[in-house]
Design a protein around this ligand. Structure first.
Ligand SMILES: Nc1ncnc2c1ncn2[C@@H]1O[C@H](COP(=O)(O)OP(=O)(O)O)[C@@H](O)[C@H]1O
Ligand SMILES: [Mg+2]
Length: 337
């Protein structure tokens, strides 16, 4: 990891329309992401954590700019700034498909479910060559084949597997195929959306080790989305914690894992069974109630309805991230000490 910035997400907002009534008019908005900011440096892994439904996947999909394909009426606000190596900065929030093409090769995404994310009718060779054919049309068939075999080797799969189909592989092997496919275009950033959540624990470690080796070899950055905090702590340099569409805490991986300050991060972390001596004797905080419906977010601080230290005033102000050190910031004025 070095200090040069690769991606800057500034005050990102993603509001999905909700339609209803006989005329299917827009009746409400789901504020899936409501003013999220963070930065990813070159060669860094930035972990994004939070309960299901807090907006993690939506952040990832906003970065690869596919949200308008799913919901044409989605509102996307804020900026996503991609910094080229030569210092040029591009706002990629609202690019057309053709303008986005160059960034599609630099930013790839891998998904939680390696079963449904690979086209089952294509052979491994076809799956991995597809992005090459799109982004490097100048390559000869032989060059594409050579690159496919090289990629298979890089992700720890035998070259003989190239002609097999996804159903012939285990979950871990399929995730390796997904990684090879993502690597094909020499990306600078890979967005990993719960990449190991569907795998057995023993296989998870192997895939995580592979991802770390690839990061070190190729200098890739990862946005690593997960709800398993111990996995995120292991792989990430820095971590951001999200709650109902907002970032509530950002810091170095150890700052978040061992010394979190925001009451939500503390509760999230104390739900993880950790066999770590630093955590011994720490009080477990149980979250009260369910996560509110994002259509009906509480005013002010949206965590206040479940927060053990909330006061009346929390209903009146949406807390902003405040720096408590050069690396650590929290969105709760009552937890700074
Ligand atoms: N295409 C969509 N249309 C409407 N609502 C959506 C859409 N995608 C996600 N949402 C809503 O946005 C919120 C955040 O979802 P998501 O980003 O998938 O969360 P996470 O990945 O953290 O589980 C959820 O309330 C979800 O229902
Ligand atoms: Mg998700």
């Amino acid at each position: 990891m070095n200090n040069s910035i690769l991606l800057e997400v500034k005050n990102l907002q993603v509001y999905f329309p909700v339609f209803g009534g006989v005329f299917q008019k827009k009746v409400a908005e789901v504020k899936a992401v409501d003013g999220v900011s963070f930065t990813i440096h070159r060669g860094e892994t930035f972990g994004l954590v939070g309960e299901s439904g807090c907006g993690k996947t939506t952040v990832g999909r906003a970065i690869i700019n596919v949200l308008t394909h799913v919901s044409p009426d989605v509102h996307i606000g804020g900026e996503i700034l991609y910094h080229d190596k030569d210092g040029t900065v591009h706002n990629i929030t609202k690019l057309s498909s053709s303008a986005m093409k160059v960034f599609r090769s630099k930013i790839q995404m891998i998904f939680q479910d390696p079963y449904s994310s690979l086209n089952s009718r294509l052979s491994v060779k076809q799956i991995i060559s597809e992005p090459l054919e799109i982004h490097e049309p100048q390559l000869s068939q032989k060059e594409v084949e050579d690159k496919v075999l090289w990629l298979l080797e890089k992700v720890g799969l035998q070259p003989e597997y190239a002609n097999r189909f996804p159903h012939e592989f285990s979950g871990g092997q399929r995730q390796r195929i997904g990684i090879a496919r993502a690597l094909a275009t020499n990306p600078e950033l890979i967005i990993c959306d719960e990449p190991v959540s569907a795998l057995d624990v023993s296989v998870q470690a192997q895939v995580i080790n592979l991802m770390e080796d690839l990061r070190d070899e190729f200098g890739i950055s990862y946005l690593f989305i997960a709800h398993d905090l111990s996995v995120v702590h292991h792989i990430s340099n820095r971590i951001g914690v999200m709650y109902l569409g907002n970032m509530v805490e950002v810091g170095m991986a150890d700052e978040i894992y061992f010394y979190s300050k925001h009451p939500y991060s503390k509760a999230l972390l104390s739900s993880v069974p950790i066999a770590d001596p630093k955590q011994k004797g720490k009080q477990r905080i149980l979250l009260q109630g369910d996560i509110p419906n994002p259509l009906n977010k509480p005013s002010g601080c949206s965590f206040r309805t479940r927060c053990p230290i909330a006061i009346d005033d929390c209903a009146n102000h949406t807390p902003q991230l405040l720096n408590i050190s050069d690396t650590h910031s929290i969105a709760c004025p009552y937890s700074i000490s």
